[in-house]
Design a protein around this ligand. Structure first.
Ligand code: PAJ
Length: 297
């Protein structure tokens, strides 16, 4: 497995591999790799000859009060996971490599970046769109793989690739979960025991909505009441948002659901021992409403 630190070296390798007819897949990450990242690598492996993974904790997608400094960076663990997954090359650039001194170019996906996570993290998707564009330009992959756990991020990336007419396929992979249903996240390790226990409330809320929908509830307000009721059972949780929106456009859902609808949650958990060190978790599910049946005699 090669470890590559400069954009130039990866560009040169990409050029050579493309000339040799190899199909390239890139899995962009910020490291602290877990089974969710592994699922992206396995999906890439099935569809490409060369699988590359990038690790870069991208400063421009963190807000001033966010956890950039605290973000875990277990390099040896990450490289081991990559070797085990059969990764061909790991791209490990420095901040200067990704943002050369004097950098002033950003990529913004305007509408999709505004709601949901964009509301409480205003510059977040601008940072994501910028770094993903750079990574795609450097690695020149045929395929790039992302998780559906970060649903809005995936929507933003699909949009930017279409808008910039980039010649790359984007693949979304379903969320990988712990046995109790909590979506795997590099941030889960920062949850103290009590908050970790309570974090299950996210998946419980999603399941409650799904059950209600299956038993015929199509009213957005009723579904959201149910979701908020579930989330309120966790004393360490503060709801950032619980929203229903169009699964394609992310526009707010109508009062009666009729088409596939994204139920998206973001919840901040406070740890008892370190009340300042809160952990923000997101999760989502696409709900598929069936049209109301006419009453028949
Ligand atoms: P990171 O949080 O490291 O996630 C890297 C990729 O792994 C993303 O596509 C994310 O959606 C996916 N992922 C995370 N947890 C997952 C899970 N439980 N199941 C399936 N996939 C999961 O997302 C980022 O980094 C960054 O924003 C990045 C795209 C790398 C840009 O900096």
């Amino acid at each position: 497995m090669r470890v590559i630190e400069t954009a130039r070296a990866l560009q040169t390798l990409a050029e050579a591999e493309r000339c040799a007819g190899q199909r390239l897949a890139l899995v962009p990450t910020m490291g602290a790799l877990h089974a969710g990242h592994r699922a992206l690598l396995d999906a890439a492996r099935k569809r490409a000859d060369r699988v590359w993974l990038s690790i870069f904790v991208n400063p421009t997608q963190f807000g001033p009060k966010e956890d950039l400094a605290r973000y875990p960076r277990p390099r040896e663990h990450d490289l081991k996971l990559c070797r085990e997954a059969g990764v061909d090359a790991v791209f490990l650039p420095s901040e200067e490599e990704m943002y050369p001194p004097g950098s002033q170019t950003f990529v913004e996906v305007t509408e999709l970046s505004q709601g949901l996570c964009g509301r409480s993290r205003p510059a977040h998707f601008r940072g994501v769109a910028t770094v993903v564009t750079k990574l795609l330009l450097i690695a020149k992959p045929h395929l790039a793989v992302f998780g559906e756990k970060d649903y809005q991020q995936l929507a933003v990336i699909r949009r930017l690739v279409q808008d910039l007419r980039m010649d790359v396929e984007i693949l979304g992979v379903p969320t990988v979960r712990e046995v109790d249903g909590l979506a795997l996240s590099s941030r889960n390790v920062s949850l103290a025991a009590e908050a970790r226990q309570q974090a299950r409330v996210l998946v419980r809320a999603l399941e409650a909505a799904e059950r209600a929908l299956a038993s015929g509830e199509l009213e957005s307000a009723e579904l959201l009441d149910l979701v908020r009721g579930e989330l309120a059972k966790a004393s360490r949780a503060r709801v950032d948002y619980a929203e229903l929106c169009d699964a394609q456009t992310l526009a707010p859902a109508p009062s009666v659901l009729a088409v596939p609808t994204l139920l998206a949650l973001a919840v901040v958990f406070r740890n008892a021992s370190e009340p300042d060190a809160s952990v923000r978790l997101i999760d989502n599910r696409v709900l598929y409403p069936k049209p109301r049946q006419e009453n028949r005699l």
